[in-house]
Design a protein around this ligand. Structure first.
Ligand code: AMP
Length: 626
């Protein structure tokens, strides 16, 4: 992996006019202050928001636990909705939702507050209270966003499960979160067709002791069973009469599940206060959003980017957030650029895999549209390959004269960008950039000692920041593991290198986690799903390079005695994993084998499978079984 370390000195520089107007003018000065005086730095930014009760202390860092705005009380929706609906932004457009067919729905801050308050009232009538967990399995719609905000308004903790995950994944998350209420859509839209979500929800919840499932029904209205509630009926019988419930700054806002090294989902917990302050700081300073900008994060509410940058930070800062349901290349490969033109998008936040897709289609789809409003394209989720960066500068930003491509590295656990290339700094293709304000990062060895510049090591953070996770839901020891793997550091789980200027290149995961089209997928998740297929005795999963997705999933399978390998079996296994985990975690290749390589202690050596697959030297095999 380390051969990707950069040796050339190609750089990209933002145009002078763009640098001159950047919200963050001096990265070094801001960074130095944020580290030397975190209380002053974060306290100052937090003071722009409305608090029911002021905090007594900005940070309480009691390794490995951290609390921010201690003693303070707020509610993120007080700042994301009421602060604007009762002020100068009352009639400003908060959300623009775009459907695949091009139809749209716009909501002002006043209208959005009304909708959320009404839904919160409906949820309250069903018994949802502060601290309750609500699972949201909704297509990317205004109702999906409103469901999140309505929970937050009540102090209930939402856990959005991407409406593309399968039966097993949804079920595991409902159980782990201990949710008694699920808000679910019946269909999602993709490539002009309705994708059936209802049967996934029904199978996942069949024998779970839920109190209610609230159905957002876009298709045929189904007959409801006693525990079912129709979303529209609930709205019709509710009044917009719910004010934000005051909560402690440290009160959980949401749980978002992500993959780790084991098959058990990891529920990352973010809180109302610090998360609001930190994600919004970066919306302004890194994503460079101005008051009248139109901001488009092309993610989904099922991912952390959707939480922080479709929903919370843009609303907290009172800007206009655009989001679009459906496939990025449907009804035609130019649809993204048609949307940028129509809505006058100024800042876009997307993923390298999307840029590679645009590249594949060719610049003619871009050139059909006037996208001159676009001045910043931020990308995150996986390493941005230099070709894609060059292409984006050339074809999306008029040879770099109209704007800048800004790589940014972060994780579900971090809530917002941590290592990135702000407008005022030059970009180095292949490098994510420099630590942002609040972030103290280093590339270290397993003992926590910094590795020499130019060498590879583990990416570590040396201190927490306000929008970093507080715990792993229901298992605080899994949170502590992040901070104990490398002494005194938060271990990001990534392999990285740094150069003389301090630029950090993130090369990939150091654990058994894959990155498929920017989605984090644990090999253990896929392997656990595979062995629930009746014919599978054992399996091992590796990532193989894929030109579009970055990585694709290849599975090696040992069948049970009597099971017949072949195309039919292969399809049956693929269908099974798709049903359990969803399309994003489905292997693109399944190979049958008699035996898997193992260590003498019985661990599968994926490294060997991968080396064989890539025709490379597998390295030291002395611990192998035979
Ligand atoms: P997630 O929690 O799903 O957002 O995945 C986080 C992981 O994605 C990180 O640990 C990295 O492996 C990868 N990642 C995210 N952003 C970048 C980036 N800009 N460059 C390289 N890898 C990235």
């Amino acid at each position: 992996m380390l051969e990707h370390i950069l040796t050339n000195d190609e750089v990209f520089v933002a145009p002078g006019w763009l640098k001159a107007q950047a919200n963050l003018q001096n990265l070094e000065a801001e960074h130095t202050r944020s580290i030397a005086d975190p209380d002053g730095f974060w306290g100052e930014w937090a003071a722009r928001y409305t608090w029911f009760k002021p905090w007594e202390k900005v940070v309480d860092w009691n390794y490995p636990d951290h609390r921010w705005f201690v003693g303070g009380e707020t509610n993120i929706t007080l700042n994301a909705l009421d602060r604007h609906a009762d002020g100068a932004n009352r009639n400003k457009v908060a959300l623009i939702w775009i459907a695949e067919d091009g139809s749209e729905r716009k909501l002002t801050y006043y209208e959005l507050r009304r909708l959320v308050s009404q839904l919160a009232s409906g949820l309250r009538s069903l018994g949802v209270e502060k601290g309750d967990r609500v699972v949201i399995y909704m297509p990317l719609t205004i109702e999906g966003v409103a469901s999140m905000l309505a929970c937050a308004r009540l102090g209930a903790i939402h856990s959005v499960v991407y409406a593309g995950m399968g039966v097993g994944a949804l079920r595991d998350r409902i159980i782990d979160a201990g949710a008694k209420i699920v808000i679910a859509g019946d269909i999602g839209m993709r490539r002009g067709k309705g994708v059936d979500l209802r049967s996934i929800v029904e199978q996942a919840t069949e024998d779970l002791p839920l109190r209610h499932i609230i159905w957002f029904q876009r298709g045929v209205k189904n007959e409801l069973r006693p525990r079912d509630v129709d979303f529209d009926d609930l709205m019709a019988r509710s009044k917009p009469d719910v004010d934000p419930v005051p909560v402690d700054a440290e009160h959980p806002l949401y749980i978002l599940y992500t993959s780790g090294s084991t098959g058990k989902p990891k529920g990352v917990v973010h809180v109302h206060g610090g998360y609001m302050v930190g994600t919004s700081y970066h919306l302004r300073h890194f994503y460079d959003v101005k008051d009248n900008d139109v901001f488009w994060a092309t993610s989904d509410i099922g991912w952390v980017v959707g939480h922080s940058y479709i929903v919370y930070a843009p609303l907290v800062e009172g800007v206009t957030s655009v989001f679009r349901e459906g496939a990025p290349d449907w009804p035609d490969p130019g649809v993204f650029w048609a949307c940028v033109e129509k809505y006058g998008v100024n800042v876009m936040f997307t993923a390298p895999t999307a840029v590679r897709m645009f590249m594949k289609f060719g610049p003619e789809y871009v050139n059909q549209h006037d996208i001159s409003t676009l001045r910043l394209i931020a990308v995150a989720g996986e390493p941005l390959n230099p070709e894609a960066m060059r292409w984006a500068h050339k074809h999306l930003l008029g040879d770099g004269q109209r704007g800048f491509v800004a790589d940014n590295w972060w994780q579900t656990e971090l809530g917002g960008p941590a290592i990135a290339t702000p407008i005022v700094k030059h970009a180095k293709p292949g490098a994510a950039g420099l630590p942002l304000p609040g972030v103290e990062a280093a590339v270290v060895d397993t003992d926590g000692n910094p590795v020499p510049k130019g060498k590879g090591g583990l990416l570590a953070l040396k201190r927490p920041f306000p929008h970093m996770m507080r715990t792993v839901w229901g298992s605080h020891h899994r949170y502590e593991q992040y901070w104990t793997e490398i002494p005194n550091c938060y271990a990001a789980g990534d392999v990285a290198s740094w150069d003389e200027e301090g630029y950090i290149s993130v090369l990939g995961r150091s654990d058994d986690v894959l990155n498929v089209a920017g989605h984090r997928i644990g090999t253990a998740d896929v392997e656990s799903a595979m062995i629930t297929h009746p014919a599978v005795a054992e399996s091992a999963v590796i990532g193989i390079p894929d030109p579009l997705k970055g990585e694709a999933i290849k599975a090696f399978v040992v069948l049970r005695i009597g099971a017949e390998p072949g195309d039919e079996m292969r399809q049956s296994i693929i269908d099974h994993v798709r049903r359990e985990l969803g399309p994003i975690a489905t292997p693109s290749q399944v190979a049958f084998t008699e035996k898997l390589p193992k260590t003498r202690s019985g661990k599968i050596v994926r490294r060997l499978l991968k080396a064989q697959e890539m025709g490379k030297d597998p390295g030291d095999l002395s611990t192998l079984e035979d």
